[in-house]
Design a protein around this ligand. Structure first.
Ligand code: ADP
Ligand code: ZN
Length: 516
């Protein structure tokens, strides 16, 4: 059964009458249609893409009440306040309320007046709530921030896991999931975890053509950051640092050289933090230097550049943080400085969060692969979010602008690496292979007799980090592959051709951290 003409007119009328908007944004209508047709769905739209309306509009068009699952009290409150301001009957139930307030919500549900009910997953799955809701007419379930259900994603919340029983409890209601961050595997995982039935998957456009991306090896970070700020004198910019200490150091260095910059991190008291954020939003200061704590819910359109003084912890984070540049559609620049040391720093920070450590490390390594890679930055970002990228030369990234330093004889260098993989009988991983090439004195290498191989110590002068980076690049370009439980390296068909000097690998010059 497809949404009919009356329903389609209806949602347009609601959009105009309730929100005052004239037209839907890309894919909002497709997403709304799934709800009206009671077809389970997953909608992936970038931040600011307008996901909320995808469930709020149909909630008003349908007779019964919609239940929205949201992970945070603050998010629920923002949405409910905004809906009420538009005259919509919406409410939440959470721990901040008195019993009287909760009873009032229950009454408005019984009377059939409430159109949208917001709940955290643990409240929804509480047996008493379930029991109560099973006796009410429910139009559909909307799962906001749905990536929280996947421990492949970057913000796993165990409470979300219980949502898989929704389909059993409410077999007649459709379930619709929404997220801004989901790569292909995370998307599939969300659908599986929620038990969605033949879901329609809707993915928005994640490319930001007005952004120019640059990913540069860190080599005197402060100086490198200063250079970017200098070329944007007077513009609005955000500088992200990994630690609070770095935020402070960078902010004061900028101030000393006459830039109007303010710090932002969780260690500052609420008042200062708020004052600094406001000053930035009102253009009273040019630059905000911040940790990842900065940005949630910030809507400033004229940010001309975003600098990452250290590598972000996942591609999802990078997409969101760099995405704060150029909201107004004008040309803007995103520069990221990274090193292998950043990976180590993040691992140290994250080792305090054991529940999701494994997947967090995988996300971190994926981010590093992008940085060290030589694939168009627009392409990798778009492809990470499961879309294809048609342009060959984007003209808007360091790779396509030919700014990357490539090694002079990549074929010979690649041959050394591929030969080593073959000498190791394609039975070892990246780390071991790199150590053999760098002539490591480790006991295990001697025990295995790998110090006797002809490829042992061929690349000692280049250092481990560089060799690892080249192996990563050869994997990305399809000359090597990783497989099996131990992620052992193998040479692909394309790699075998390269051994006969047939191929065009791109390997970058490693300038720093030789011995790191
Ligand atoms: P998301 O949850 O995808 O990050 P929101 O739902 O918060 O995005 O929407 C971002 C902003 O865009 C909100 O201010 C919202 O009112 C606005 N918006 C959403 N849809 C439309 C539309 N069709 N026309 C105009 N503004 C819209
Ligand atoms: Zn490019």
């Amino acid at each position: 059964m497809a949404a009919d003409v009356t329903q389609t007119n209806d949602v347009h009328r609601i959009l105009k009458e309730v929100w005052g908007y004239d037209a839907f944004r890309p894919l909002q209508e497709e997403s709304i249609e799934c709800v009206l047709n009671q077809r389970d769905s997953l909608t992936v739209l970038p931040t600011g893409g307008g996901k909320s309306l995808c469930f709020q509009v149909p909630a008003l068009s349908l007779d019964a009440m919609a239940v929205v699952v949201s992970p945070l009290i603050s998010l629920m409150k923002d949405q409910v306040d905004a809906l009420r301001a538009c005259g919509v009957a919406a409410a939440y139930v959470n721990s901040t309320q008195t019993d009287d307030e909760k009873r009032e919500v229950a009454d408005s549900i019984r009377s059939g007046e409430l159109k949208l009910l917001y709940l955290a997953p643990e409240r929804l799955l509480n047996p008493r709530t379930l029991d109560f809701l099973r006796r009410q007419p429910i139009s559909f379930f909307a799962i906001d921030e749905a990536h929280c259900i996947s421990n492949w994603g970057h913000d796993f919340r165990p409470e979300y896991r219980g949502l898989r029983s929704l389909k059993e409890w409410f077999p007649k209601s459709s379930v619709h999931a929404y997220t801004a961050t989901a790569s292909g595997p995370v998307r599939d995982d969300i659908a599986t975890q929620l038990g969605l039935a033949a879901p329609e998957i809707i993915v928005g456009n994640f490319d930001r053509p007005n952004l120019t991306y640059r990913m540069v090896r860190a080599d005197g970070r402060l100086q490198q950051v200063m250079e970017v700020v200098d070329r944007h004198k007077g513009d609005s910019g955000v500088i992200y640092c990994i630690s609070r200490k770095e935020v402070e150091k960078t902010a004061s260095a900028l101030v000393q050289s006459g830039i109007s910059a303010l710090p932002y991190h969780a260690g500052l008291d609420d008042e200062t933090r708020k004052a600094n954020q406001d000053a930035f939003i009102k253009d009273e200061c040019d630059v905000i230097v911040a940790t990842v704590a900065f940005g949630m819910g910030i809507d400033k359109s004229n940010v001309r550049y975003v600098v990452h003084a250290g590598m972000p912890k996942s591609i999802e984070h990078y997409q969101q943080e760099s995405g704060r540049a150029g909201r107004d559609g004008l040309e803007s620049e995103c520069v990221l400085f990274y090193s292998g040391g950043d990976v180590v720093t993040w691992k140290r920070i994250m080792s305090g969060e054991p529940s999701s450590y494994q997947s967090a490390v995988a996300s971190l390594e994926a981010m590093f692969d992008v940085c060290a890679g030589t694939v168009c930055r627009h392409r990798v970002l778009v492809e990470h979010f499961g879309q294809s990228y048609a342009t060959d030369n984007c003209g808007g990234c360091d790779v396509c602008l030919d700014e990357i330093d490539l090694v002079e004889d990549p074929i010979t260098l690649s041959q050394k690496i591929l030969s080593c993989v073959i000498r190791l009988r394609e039975r070892f991983g990246v780390s071991h292979t790199a150590k053999v090439l760098c002539g490591s004195g480790e006991q295990r290498i001697r025990e295995l007799g790998h110090d006797k191989l002809s490829t042992f110590a061929l690349l000692t002068d280049d250092g481990l980090p560089a060799v690892r980076m080249w192996i990563d690049q050869l994997i990305q370009q399809g000359y090597l592959c990783r497989s099996g439980e131990y992620q052992t390296l193998g040479v692909t068909e394309t790699g075998r051709r390269l051994l006969r000097r047939d191929g065009d690998p791109r390997l970058t010059v490693a300038t720093v951290n030789k011995k790191a």
